[in-house]
Design a protein around this ligand. Structure first.
Ligand code: AHG
Ligand code: MN
Ligand code: MN
Length: 334
């Protein structure tokens, strides 16, 4: 390995040296990153460690849990409970916030996570990931309740995801740009490989689950129809389409080569507010994409401006390359 390579820990210490309280956040991230490496190892070994298949249970949202959903959640809880930097945690897989165990030291941060995103992909050996968001616990709160977690995305101090694909990657922001790291399995370290990631403003690639098209709202239908019409249509250009069914993998593609990702409001989802969860999917991904120059909206408002009303609240998501997202927002305005 070239000797000038930078580990994520080295990078964090260096980039946050001048920030107040940087040491605690770096140490917290160290625990989060260790948890991601453990999940990566389980995902890589798959059936060899009996990690595939259903857990036979349901989460708060009525979704069937995979063994790896439950295992990844347990790994996150275990590796982040005792570092002394957290006041509490919340996850897609738990109804209520998880308190820091009795006797363990408390800290001032809150950690929210989707332990395994895209878990319908796991049994077919397609990319999955982990998404996390770090908030400050309100001053003076020792035992955070749901209301203490309900802070808008603009208050996040850090957001990141791990992608378990052909290689495992970690992508992070602490509000000062976006950086990507690749796991070197031989030494067990994430190495800086994608410094200062940017989302290109223009794209000719969109991602949406087209099987829902009969439920879409008019602006989304118009946007996708115009893309599909290609050179003969009003856009005068051909578009490409992708759908991986793993938000982490879709957002990573957008950071690498641009694109627009849509899980919009539709008739079927209206009662529940959307498909993707605000606190541990939409907000962290919005923080990352905005830090890279992308735009993230429900179609009607900026995602990170939403005042959350529930831990597992869902929101419509339209995110990615600036000019395409703004076009679709303008269709909502018309
Ligand atoms: P999760 O596996 O954490 O429940 O999230 C799955 C999400 C997201 O990653 C993906 O974009 C979307 O659900 C896939 O939805 P469809 O099943 O409708 O394709
Ligand atoms: Mn998810
Ligand atoms: Mn999940």
């Amino acid at each position: 390995m070239p000797l000038n390579r930078k580990t994520v820990t080295h990078f964090l210490i260096e980039s946050m040296r001048d920030k107040q309280g940087h040491g605690n956040l770096t140490l917290l991230l160290n625990d989060v990153i260790t948890a991601c490496k453990v999940i990566s190892d389980q995902v890589n070994h798959g059936e060899l460690v009996g990690a595939l298949g259903s857990a036979g249970s349901e989460n708060i949202q009525g979704e069937t849990q995979k063994k790896l959903d439950v295992l990844s959640n347990d790994i996150f809880l275990q590796f982040n409970s005792y570092g002394g930097h957290l006041a509490g945690m919340a996850s897609e897989e738990m109804d209520d916030p998880f308190p820091i165990p009795e006797g363990a030291p408390r800290g001032k941060y809150l950690l929210l996570f989707d332990p395994l995103d895209g878990s319908s992909n796991i049994d077919v050996n397609v990319s999955v990931g982990t998404i996390f968001s770090i908030l400050k616990c309100p001053e003076g709160v020792e035992d955070p309740e749901v209301k203490d977690f309900l802070q808008p995305g603009t208050t996040q101090v850090c957001a990141g995801y791990a992608l378990y694909g052909p290689s495992s990657m970690l992508v992070l922001t602490t509000g000062n740009g976006v950086n990507g790291f690749t796991l070197d399995q031989n030494i067990g370290e994430f190495i800086l490989t994608n410094p200062d990631m940017k989302v290109v403003e223009d794209t000719r690639e969109f991602a949406i689950n087209a099987s829902n098209s009969r439920f879409w709202e008019a602006p989304v239908k118009r946007y996708v129809d115009e893309c599909l019409a290609g050179v003969e249509g009003p856009r005068g250009e051909n578009f490409n389409m992708r759908w991986i069914a793993s938000m982490v993998a879709e957002i990573h593609r957008i950071l690498i080569r641009g694109g627009i990702f849509l899980y919009p409001m539709d008739e079927r989802l209206r009662k529940q507010g959307g498909k993707l969860r605000l606190m541990y999917e939409a907000n962290p991904m919005s923080f990352i994409l905005e830090q890279a120059g992308g735009v993230c909206s429900t179609g009607r408002e900026r995602i990170m401006d939403i005042q959350p009303s529930g831990l597992h609240q869902r929101v419509p998501c339209i995110m990615g390359s600036k000019n395409e997202v703004e076009r679709l927002i303008s269709y909502h305005d018309e």
